[in-house]
Design a protein around this ligand. Structure first.
Ligand code: ATP
Ligand code: ATP
Ligand code: MG
Ligand code: MG
Ligand code: MG
Ligand code: MG
Ligand code: MG
Length: 267
């Protein structure tokens, strides 16, 4: 109610408008997914169904929020990039973050039965945390993406070696962990190759590098998709109307709308 005697409580709200003219990255991360993945018997180290579900939920988020230009995901996390010019919710951090988190969580839950038809969700239901960070330069944004992708690489190399020791080497988890303590990348590559005949380079790109979603935009309605959307198993969510984003990123993506998804290709 406007102008009631209670109105003053609004003054307790803290302003949280994010710096103008910066890339806004909202990163979400699954809460307690170590436990969650055990409960639903995810294939270790990488359950492809779960990655496809994450990608499908992220794709739905991008369709609902036209200000998003890019997203990068691996494991139980996804980073969503709002354009520098974004003025959604007057760039209020809590509004942007909570909208991403709740939209993502809704779709993750909604789409779950498509990817896990034989294992219905039961409480405690999946949930995600989120935070927003501003990056002033394009280089900062690139470095942010590289940081997340390096994290994906390091974790995946470790997990791939760990689970090879457990599944194929028949070690228990503690012994496998001990064996890996203090090893560097080359040691892990060597363990994989010499003991299990696994060439890490031949592991699927989506496991090694994560996934990128980007919005193709531009005046032309001509579009070719270099890689078809991976999450093609998802239901036909209506495409949003083509929306022009005011300014392209420094490397313009000049095709038009559909959100394309491909395994990321930088290292
Ligand atoms: P927190 O709530 O602090 O994030 P967490 O248990 O979720 O705790 P993370 O560091 O986010 O901790 O780790 C995510 C866990 O989920 C890791 O153990 C990772 O291996 C597992 N995980 C995520 N995605 C998959 C997948 N597709 N297949 C198998 N395991 C996965
Ligand atoms: P915003 O995204 O800015 O919050 P909004 O359309 O959600 O936009 P609100 O101020 O949150 O705007 O208003 C919520 C609207 O939903 C109101 O129109 C309200 O009447 C309607 N609404 C919410 N709950 C109910 C309900 N249980 N029954 C009927 N209408 C409802
Ligand atoms: Mg309301
Ligand atoms: Mg976390
Ligand atoms: Mg987590
Ligand atoms: Mg995580
Ligand atoms: Mg409302």
């Amino acid at each position: 109610m406007a102008n009631s005697k209670y109105e003053y409580v609004r003054s307790f709200e803290q302003p949280d408008v994010l710096l103008a003219n910066t890339w806004i990255v909202v990163r979400i991360d699954g809460r307690g997914f170590s436990k969650f993945t055990t409960k639903y018997k995810f294939t270790k180290p990488n359950d492809k169904r779960a990655l496809d579900l994450m990608n499908a939920a992220a794709q739905a988020v991008m369709k609902e929020l036209p200000d998003l230009v890019l997203a990068y995901g691996n494991s139980d996390e996804f980073s969503f990039v709002f354009h520098k010019d974004c003025s959604l919710f007057e760039r209020r951090s809590s509004k942007l973050t909570t909208t991403i988190v709740s939209t993502f969580t809704s779709y993750y839950t909604f789409l779950w039965p498509i990817y896990f038809p034989d294992t219905p969700l039961t409480p405690p239901l999946p949930s995600f945390d989120g935070r927003a960070v501003c990056y002033p330069s394009d280089q900062n944004l690139r470095d942010y993406m590289s940081w997340r992708q390096v994290d994906c690489h390091i974790n995946n190399l470790y997990n791939t070696t760990f689970w090879a020791l457990v599944h194929k080497g028949r070690l228990d988890a503690r012994t496998a962990e001990k064996e890996l303590a203090g090893t560097v990348s080359s040691n892990k590559n060597e363990i994989l190759f010499s003991r299990f005949g696994i060439n890490y380079n031949n592991e699927p790109e989506i496991f090694k590098k994560g996934s990128v979603l980007y919005r193709d935009f531009g005046p032309s309605s001509v579009h070719s998709s270099p890689t078809p959307p991976r999450s093609s198993a998802s239901p036909n969510l209506a495409h949003p109307k083509p929306r022009q984003i005011p300014r392209p990123m420094s490397q313009p993506l000049e095709r038009s709308l559909p959100i394309l998804h491909k395994d990321s290709s930088t290292s």
